[in-house]
Design a protein around this ligand. Structure first.
Ligand SMILES: C[S@@+](CC[C@H](N)C(=O)[O-])C[C@H]1O[C@@H](n2cnc3c(N)ncnc32)[C@H](O)[C@@H]1O
Length: 393
């Protein structure tokens, strides 16, 4: 518990990924989603103070600034975008940090107690949930499924899940002597005194975690495999709630256990493509800035799937295309690739690779219409304006 008390003293480098991802995503998200004609609620469920003590903006200020700049550009959409901030402890500081911002509201109290308020939002809204708790104890999976069952116009969720914290608490409850000692866990935001196995089951969406930790305890798997297995099961539950999900393990380079996992869920393929592209770009930008000496040490390992055995992009493209002899839509192909590769590549890399495979005679690409408005054959990999079908040559 004690390790959470200095969270807001200064913004740590590992918070940067989360923040950048949220900050960058909201702009394209807002412009895309407002085209539905329905309003947006951005709900920061574990909002914090708004600002870190070192002056850096926390997620509420990033969201409020985003709303502000949106309103400046499109004042006519004034009633169409709103920020809702839930905070149990620092609500007064948060309110004061948000004073002067339009279209923001603070709900004091816990996320659990405020769930009924989220469920009572008008279902005509598009809802973006940012879920960034210290630990896992408030993350009852059934809360998310209640929100999903309300059938809002759309729901997207970005969740920070401390899988190592979950497993450590699991070991404690199962009375397994845990051997996390090799890992530097000293600055994990741990408040994971969940207390009962039943509560852990409701967080995980099942008791599968007990068997995984049993294998770990018996020495059949190591803690890294246990974490992978656990999160793969957990992701399957998220995938039951959302059609598409992508996650990034945030790992310190010198260790192997993710510090946390950012998981994004959406029912919309555009959401998935946008978020994966965003996460890839932000990560690379942080590394670039660091090289330029503009930033605090960022020592996290890029989650590059191509380092794992069996991943070969051209092969995977060929395989996915061969499953649909009559042709697969370019967008569907990219969505399938993102689900395999996570944030390894920006979207452009998939398009370039597919175009290159066409040039090599490995793929055939058909555009509909096949001519541009000025009468030239279409070559652009632009699936918003053309129906693009890919098949084996
Ligand atoms: C990791 S911090 C959030 C940081 C924030 N996203 C930022 O970028 O500044 C988690 C916050 O959740 C608050 N909190 C803890 N338990 C909560 C609960 N059950 N419901 C709502 N807020 C809670 C804590 O007081 C803390 O401010």
């Amino acid at each position: 518990m004690g390790q959470t008390k200095n969270f807001f003293k200064e913004k740590k480098s590992w918070s940067i990924v989360k923040d950048r991802v949220v900050d960058y995503y909201l702009k394209p998200y807002t412009s895309k989603v407002l085209r539905t004609g329905r309003p947006i609620i951005i709900c920061d469920c574990f909002a914090g103070k708004g600002k870190f003590d070192d002056g850096e903006n926390g997620s509420p200020l990033l969201i409020a600034e985003h709303i502000k700049s949106h309103l400046l550009k499109q004042p006519d959409t004034g009633n169409k975008i709103q920020g809702v901030f839930i905070e149990k402890k620092y609500h007064d500081e948060l309110k004061s940090n948000l004073s002067g911002y339009a279209n923001v509201i603070v709900y004091p109290g816990s996320y659990e107690d405020n769930l009924k308020n989220i469920l009572s939002f008008d279902i005509n809204n598009n809802l973006f949930l940012y879920v960034d708790p210290y630990g896992i104890k408030s993350l009852n999976l059934s809360g998310f499924s209640q929100i999903k069952s309300r059938k809002f116009y759309s729901v997207e969720m970005l969740l920070n899940f401390n899988s190592a914290g979950f497993l450590r608490e699991g070991c404690r409850l199962l009375k397994y002597e845990d051997s996390f000692a090799d890992e530097d866990l000293t600055d994990y935001e741990v408040d994971d005194d969940v207390n009962t196995k039943e509560k852990m089951d409701s967080i995980a969406g099942g008791n599968y975690w007990q068997e995984i930790l049993g294998s770990y305890y018996k020495g059949q798997i190591n803690i890294y495999d246990a974490e992978e297995q656990f999160f793969s099961e957990y992701s399957q539950r998220i995938n039951k709630l959302f059609r598409y999900a992508v996650n990034i393990p945030i790992k310190i380079k010198s260790t192997h256990l993710p510090k946390y996992r950012l998981i994004f869920g959406s029912d919309h393929e555009d959401g998935l493509i946008l978020m994966a592209d965003n996460m890839n770009k932000k990560w690379n930008e942080i590394v670039e800035n660091q090289r330029g000496g503009q930033q605090v040490l960022f020592d996290y390992e890029f989650p590059d799937m191509t380092r794992q055995q069996g991943f070969d992009l051209q092969n995977d493209i060929r395989e996915l295309v061969s499953l649909k002899p009559s042709g697969i839509l370019l967008k569907d192909l990219i969505v399938a690739l993102i689900q395999l590769y996570g944030i390894t590549f920006p979207e452009k890399h998939y398009k370039d690779t597919i175009a290159e495979m066409k040039t090599k005679g490995l793929l055939r690409i058909d555009w509909h219409p096949s001519m541009t408005p000025t009468g030239k054959p279409v070559k652009a990999m632009n699936y918003d304006d053309y129906k693009i079908t890919v098949r084996l040559q």
